[in-house]
Ligand binder design. Structure first.
Ligand code: SAH
Ligand code: SF4
Ligand code: F3S
Length: 471
């Protein structure tokens, strides 16, 4: 039993780690042949990508994946801690699983992901959900075969969570969700410690993957026919800082571009680490997509300071304008939090005025959610729930207006679209994304997985309509 400890998770000392190869002990291979597993994933792309590895491991253990949890022999929740509602969703689902376990006591149930790293969650599980088989952390989810086996042998709950990062594991089996687009981890963890955010506690300190491993993975995806890779990290712009003195995201992007994979994306970018060299590389390679997710969080320098974001409103705007100027047709999306403790009406108005300046192409907007153990959770929260909801509503109306206006400007232009799928029951009707990351409903006869020119015929807030353009 290893329980999470936030005091340890918070420490900033570097831990020596090794890069190891994944190894499945032969006794676990096909151990569960004929059994089924239902895996439910919450949270960000990082978690979705971890789930692709978890599925890969489960398949080597003999499980086949199914979509109906009521029929599954094993149920796993890969959880997220970022806001209170992510917690509530996972515990809500565990409540339903509890009923099922009462009827079918032989089913196995496990929880992994960011919630597993939280002290409060471990305590709650020990008290209220002792019937779970296992809880396994983000740093060691590849130990799943061993931990599940232990729980079955000992007939009791195993909690195996490490508060700080462990070794970097290469060569994990993977079952990718999408046959055309792939996620690739380039950096794990986060060292930024924004005062509201739980991620540094749940994902450990920054660790970059070796450039050779990343390039080799991209090359194998090119060979397998993939059209797009997204380089993943909580802060991809810090790539390499912990590993190299002369190799950063700029060099990595250039090297990935040289593999000739048709489309490269990356996320998430912290404005603080975004250098001019990175902007130049993005601008100069046609296969690096002109679309950047650049979370601002607030338009008020006073709030940004209290959030620990390490840039001011002015610095963000300078970077934003530089990107727009240097990278042709570049779209920029963002994340914004309203109702951070102490956010005054004036601060909120500054966020609105920043949105009016930037006219974002997409924005994910949130009400601040206090996370136990983070510094902001100790700040006095002076706003009522109604006031926060009102601010979110006003902000959403404004951002939506710009989504639509930006989309309307694209009508009658021809854009390249990666066709990702077909609408069921509709003849010649597909969907895909432009290079600038806009969702398009495409009519015409096309091949899934191809990149085709599309004439945009109509614009909506969240998507475009278009037809295949034949010149
Ligand atoms: N690493 C990324 C963000 C990852 S979390 C970055 O720094 O940009 C995704 C988004 O969730 C954040 O950008 C932030 O807007 C939001 N978020 C994080 N913690 C939150 C909290 N406690 N309450 C509300 N929103 C939060
Ligand atoms: Fe959280 Fe900030 Fe790290 Fe992003 S950069 S994951 S918001 S601490
Ligand atoms: Fe959630 Fe963890 Fe991602 S907290 S947003 S799943 S890094």
């Amino acid at each position: 039993m290893h329980l999470p400890d936030f005091k340890v998770a918070r420490t900033n000392t570097k831990i020596a780690y090794e890069t190891k190869q994944f190894h499945l002990d032969e006794r676990y291979r096909n151990q569960y042949k004929g059994k089924t597993c239902y895996l439910r994933t919450y949270g960000c792309q990082m978690n979705e990508h971890d789930s692709e590895n978890i599925k890969g491991i489960l398949e080597e253990m003999g499980f086949s994946m199914i979509d109906d949890y009521e029929q599954a022999d094993l149920i796993i929740l890969n959880t997220c801690s970022i806001r209170e509602n992510a917690h509530n969703k996972a515990f809500g689902f565990l409540g339903r699983v509890k009923h099922l376990k009462e009827i079918k006591p032989e089913i196995m149930v496990g929880l992994c992901g960011c919630m597993a790293q939280e002290e409060v969650v471990a305590k709650k599980i020990l008290e209220d959900y002792p019937w779970l088989n296992f809880v396994i952390g983000t740093h060691n989810f590849y130990e799943l075969p061993y931990v599940l086996d232990q729980s079955l042998q000992e007939h009791k709950l195993q909690i195996e969570v490490y508060s700080r990062e462990k070794d970097l594991v290469e060569g994990m089996p993977i079952e990718r969700d999408n046959p055309y687009k792939a996620y690739i981890n380039i950096i794990y963890g986060c060292d930024k410690f924004c005062t509201y955010c739980i991620v540094p506690y749940t994902r450990g300190r920054q660790r970059s993957r070796a450039k050779e491993d990343i390039i080799a993975e991209v090359k194998s995806l090119v060979e397998a026919g993939y059209q797009e890779v997204t380089l993943l990290g909580q802060n991809v712009n810090a790539y390499g800082k912990d590993l190299y003195t002369d190799y950063s995201l700029a060099e990595l992007l250039a090297d990935v571009a040289k593999t000739n994979i048709p489309r490269i994306r990356f996320m998430t970018s912290h404005p603080w680490d975004f250098t001019d060299e990175m902007i130049e590389v993005i601008a100069s390679y046609p296969n690096i997509m002109p679309s950047i997710h650049l979370p601002v969080q607030s338009g008020s320098s006073r709030v940004l300071k209290r959030m620990g974001r390490r840039y001011s409103r002015e610095e963000y705007l300078t970077l934003f304008h530089k990107m727009k100027e240097k990278i042709a047709r570049c779209t920029i999306s963002t994340d914004i939090i309203v109702g951070f403790p102490g956010e005054s009406e004036e601060d909120f108005q500054e966020t609105l005025s920043l949105v009016k300046t930037c006219k974002f192409d997409n924005a994910f907007t949130f009400i601040y959610s206090p996370r136990v153990g983070t510094p902001a959770a100790k700040l006095t929260d002076n706003l009522t729930k109604e006031e926060k909801e009102k601010r979110l509503h006003i902000l959403n109306q404004l951002v939506n207006q710009y989504f639509l206006e930006n989309n309307q400007k694209l009508v009658n232009t021809v854009l390249p679209v990666l066709i990702e799928g077909k609408f069921p029951k509709k003849e010649d009707s597909y969907f895909g994304y432009t290079d600038t990351n806009k969702l398009v409903n495409v009519s015409g006869n096309v091949k899934e997985g191809s990149i085709v020119p599309v004439l945009i015929t109509d614009a909506k807030t969240w998507s475009l309509d278009g037809k295949v353009y034949n010149g």
